[in-house]
Design a protein around this ligand. Structure first.
Ligand code: SF4
Length: 937
């Protein structure tokens, strides 16, 4: 059916309809592909337009000063729209502003954001501009009302033609769900109804059958588990035969996906070292410079070893990107060229997989709000295609959508993975299937977080393994720290208690209802529940006092100022001598006592409901889960508050606005854990990275941090000729970073002139978001005048989108922090300059850094700065350096805007950690000419 509709968009002075005002209205009336009419008016808001809105929309105060007021345009707009359905992107926002004038209260509404959830569950982002880019719509989303209304129309039309591919049983299920709750206004109802034949439109109230859902075939190798040989019977790897595979006409050269394959001595050296470590077996630290092709160099011997010996090799990565590369690129190449039917899988944490059982429950209950409905839509459509049930295939954005995911993910410690029969779910549970697949796989790819979860849970997560390769191993210490850290926020703790409720609300009410269906003394139930409600009320009172006392203590520690940053207050042994800490201990004792009583009472009523049916089981599981979380909170906090723990770092985290307070802790030293669970327990652990060494090729730092005393070591240089390809530039008249204002000015001017000379093509790496924002603001206008686009991480685009745009642009610069120091792989001229704004030192006041620095000094090492902070920074510095040359043909410059690299004694160690390259030192004013000459040589 082709209807006449109106796509509408507003520009406003801000986000709040009660205090902000409309500055522009754009609308387009259309029928199918045909434009019928447009409405385009600037509106005088009767107040100043804030600068950020002027920057966003290019609508300024002068432009609207002579425009009509909204009142002068209401009836014209009303007439223009009439009774037509209104289409908008996040339409509720526009309609809230228009409802202030009682406009369009009864028109049908279509939200292209909701429609996108059904049609594009895997889109990277759902903003208007992102969807337009995704759908290859040429009209630009400009933040001007009429242009954006037209983009909305184009998006709507394109998505409607795609929506025809959604199976009709899924469309009917979506409509059933969206009609279950009148309070849920979901803007895809009308277009979905249009997709159905007349008789289908009377959607049944019953849940649609699970046809098309839960077919996780990719996780289905039903092969038997591996049965490794015993230690004496393992077959050593044939190293000459493996070397032959890597020769210029060897097996790897035959792969159609390795078109530019060539013999690389470094790759063979890496492979040989890995093969020896597996065969003999030994632990190994292997640094492999950029361009060696280290993933194939370890995968080939690992697969050969596992296949020959019916063993399992686990490969752990820090990032999803590398995990994807291994499983989607490298493994398929090796499946093609190796003459063996090896099995390789990715195993992820339970929280990554959907739990069909919980998902069906949510469908039975129906959505409580539009966010839940949107997530239901994304998941239902996605599940018709997903072969894995793995959340990474779709995009759930924002805290609201992620909270819905948590309700239906398989993250449930009490489920063994076999609770639901295959028949019941017509295709099986993805967690169960993933685990079965891992048990029968020769190669299991995981991330560091899962590897550590396995260690922390005493090997209950991964199938048993004795051979381990850790790639991106320079992250292992941080990943371990994060995996074993603890955080308790006041709000989360209190929400947990509030979820329990009372006999009239929440989980306790459900418990009363379920228990009353059994023959239990009703009077007794009521008494027990009332007692627990009283206990909870007590806990909440003491919790407020406890967190208040922590806040007072923080203020006493000199941290009562609100500022732009969150504050982290380390609890040192001496801090515990203060009277403020004595108050913390006192109120904690009260909280601890009431909490223990509450937990005991909850344990007492936990079994009031049985596990006879799904509802009972659900209530009991939820109570057991809360008991577990409260017990964990009590045990952990009690340990931290009542006595100093030598092996734990303990701090208070206060948000910059003072509204969020959390208790946090992390292990002081992860080395003993790595030693006990990896070095001592596994036959061979191979840790590899492009950056394991510091200080001129020494492994001492990583050895000290990870207790890698007995591991062999090998450092294999990159095959790239840095002397020919790389000019390392250190402007010598730039102010040093401590001289903040002058340094920032020098940096901004230097970047602008440099990027003019190089036509952009630059990646600029920062250590702080604030500096990145300031720099982006200062350079954008100047560079855009020269036709150089500035992409910065502070904007709304995703990392992937920014990278794609940067690669495709003729002239662009990309500004990034943290993750941009690693994993950016842009070969060719698009990335010819890497700017390191300042040496990437950790913040010394960070509690973890502060405590570990102190521990290093206590260990008798000379100086925490030289022995801990500098090596850490060198690893990151080398990662940043590694972004420049990604292929033998690349040529470019590294510009270090931090003069300390030559003026300070430690600076030399940074420079010595880099491969030998050409060096330039001179005045900043000469840098652009030097850069242009180097690139044009
Ligand atoms: S086995 Fe567990 S995770 Fe899988 S569907 Fe059943 S309850 Fe969910």
């Amino acid at each position: 059916m082709t209807r006449t509709m109106v796509a509408i968009d507003l520009e406003t002075t801000g986000l709040d309809p009660s205090s902000d005002a409309i500055i522009e209205i754009g609308a387009v009336k259309f029928s199918g592909d045909e434009e019928i009419d447009t409405f385009d008016e600037l509106i005088n808001p009767g107040r100043n337009i804030p600068p950020y809105v002027i920057q966003l929309t290019s609508i300024n105060n002068e432009m609207v000063s002579k425009a009509p007021s909204i009142y002068a345009k209401i009836s014209e707009l009303e007439q223009f729209v009439g009774n037509a359905p209104i289409v908008g992107h996040n339409i509720q926002f526009d309609l809230k502003f228009l409802s202030e004038y009682k406009l369009f209260q009864n028109n049908n509404r279509i939200d292209t954001m909701h429609l996108a959830a059904c049609v594009l569950p895997s889109a990277a982002r759902y903003s208007l501009g992102s969807l337009a880019m995704h759908l290859e719509i040429e009209l630009p989303a400009t933040h001007r009302a009429l242009a954006d209304a037209k983009v909305t129309w184009a998006i709507y039309t394109k998505m409607m033609s795609m929506a025809k591919d959604i199976p009709s049983n899924i469309v009917m299920e979506l409509l059933r769900l969206s009609r279950m709750n009148k309070d849920v206004e979901w803007g895809a109802q009308l277009p979905l109804t249009d997709l159905l034949d007349e008789p289908q439109k009377q959607v049944s109230r019953r849940t649609q059958e699970n046809r098309n859902l839960y077919n996780f075939d990719e996780l289905s190798p039903e092969s038997e588990s591996l049965s490794p040989r015993d230690d004496d019977n393992r077959e050593e790897l044939d190293i000459p035969a493996l070397e032959a595979m890597f020769s210029s006409n060897g097996l790897l050269s035959k792969s159609k996906d390795l078109k530019n394959f060539e013999y690389r001595a470094g790759q063979v050296a890496m492979m040989t070292n890995v093969a020896k470590a597996l065969s003999h077996p030994r632990h190994l630290l292997a640094e492999a410079g950029t361009g060696i092709g280290k993933s194939l160099a370890y995968l080939v011997p690992a697969i050969q070893w596992a296949y020959t010996n019916d063993e399992r090799v686990v490969v752990s990565t820090n990032t999803i990107n590398l995990q994807d590369q291994l499983i989607n690129k490298d493994v398929p190449i090796l499946s093609e060229v190796l003459d063996m039917e090896f099995r390789a899988v990715v195993q992820k944490g339970r929280g990554n997989y959907i739990c069909p059982r919980r998902f069906d429950k949510l469908r039975e209950r129906g959505p409580n709000n539009a966010t839940e409905m949107n997530v239901l839509a994304k998941l239902l459509v996605w599940l018709t295609k997903s072969k894995t049930g793995d959340r990474s295939e779709i995009n759930l954005s924002g805290a609201g959508e992620l909270a819905v995911w948590r309700q239906i993910s398989a993250e449930d410690e009490k489920c063994t993975g076999q609770r639901c029969s295959k028949d019941e779910l017509s295709g099986g549970c993805p967690v169960y299937r993933a685990r079965r697949a891992a048990e029968s796989a020769h190669l299991v790819v995981v991330n560091h977080a899962l590897l550590l979860a396995d260690v922390a849970s005493e090997r209950r997560v991964l199938p048993e393994y004795k051979y381990l390769i850790i790639d991106e191993a320079h992250h292992l210490e941080d990943a371990t720290t994060m995996g074993l850290s603890f955080a308790a926020r006041q709000t989360d703790f209190e929400r947990l208690l509030n979820n329990l409720g009372s006999s009239k609300s929440g989980l306790l009410k459900q418990l009363v209802t379920r228990a009353s269906k059994r023959s239990i003394n009703q009077q007794q139930i009521k008494m027990d529940i009332d007692e627990i409600s009283d206990s909870i009320a007590n806990v909440l009172v003491h919790s407020a006092s406890f967190f208040k006392a922590l806040q007072t203590f923080s203020q006493y520690q000199g941290s009562n100022r609100n500022g732009p940053y969150d504050r982290r207050i380390l609890i040192k042994a001496e801090s515990r001598n203060s009277s403020e800490w004595a108050s913390v201990e006192l109120v904690w004792e009260n909280l601890h006592n009431t909490l223990v009583t509450t937990i005991d009472r909850l344990i007492g009523i936990r079994d009031m409901v049985g596990r006879d049916n799904d509802e009972d089981e659900e209530v009991q599981s939820n109570i057991v889960s809360i008991i577990g979380k409260l017990t964990d909170f009590d045990t952990r906090v009690n340990g931290l508050v009542t006595e100093a723990q030598d092996d734990q770092i303990f701090w208070i985290h206060l948000s910059n606005d003072g509204n969020m307070l959390a208790i946090r802790s992390a292990p002081l030293n992860v080395g003993p854990l790595v030693q006990e669970h990896l070095w001592y327990e596994k036959n061979a652990v191979i840790m590899t990275s492009a950056t394991l060494t510091t200080n001129g090729g020494q492994f001492s730092f990583i050895r000290d941090r990870l207790y890698a005393e007995d591991a062999d070591e090998v450092a294999i240089d990159s095959p790239f000729d840095y002397k020919k390809s790389t000019l390392l530039c250190i402007p010598s008249d730039v102010a040093e970073p401590p001289n903040k204002e002058r340094y920032q000015k020098d940096l901004e001017n230097g970047i602008v002139e440099l990027c003019k000379a190089t036509n952009g093509r630059a990646l600029i790496l920062f250590t702080s978001h604030a500096q990145l924002r300031d720099t982006a603001y200062a350079i954008r206008g100047k560079l855009e005048k020269e036709g150089v686009t500035v992409y910065d991480q502070a904007g709304s685009a995703s990392r992937h989108q920014m990278l794609t745009s940067f690669k495709n642009a003729d002239k662009a610069v990309l500004l990034g922090t943290q993750s941009f120091w690693e994993g950016i792989d842009v070969a060719g001229a698009s990335l010819s300059v890497v700017v390191i704004a300042r040496l990437p030192f950790d913040v010394p006041s960070d509690p973890i850094i502060q405590s570990r620095s102190a521990a290093v000094e206590q260990d008798g090492q000379i100086n925490a700065f030289f022995d801990y902070l500098v090596p850490k920074a060198i690893i990151r510095f080398r990662q940043g350096f590694g972004r420049l040359i990604r292929s033998k043909k690349d040529r470019g410059l590294i510009v270090v805007f931090d003069r300390r690299v030559v003026t300070k004694s430690y600076g030399r160690t940074f420079l010595e950690s880099l491969p030998e390259c050409k060096e330039w030192r001179g005045n900043l004013s000469d840098l652009p000419k030097t850069a242009a000459m180097w690139l044009n040589k």
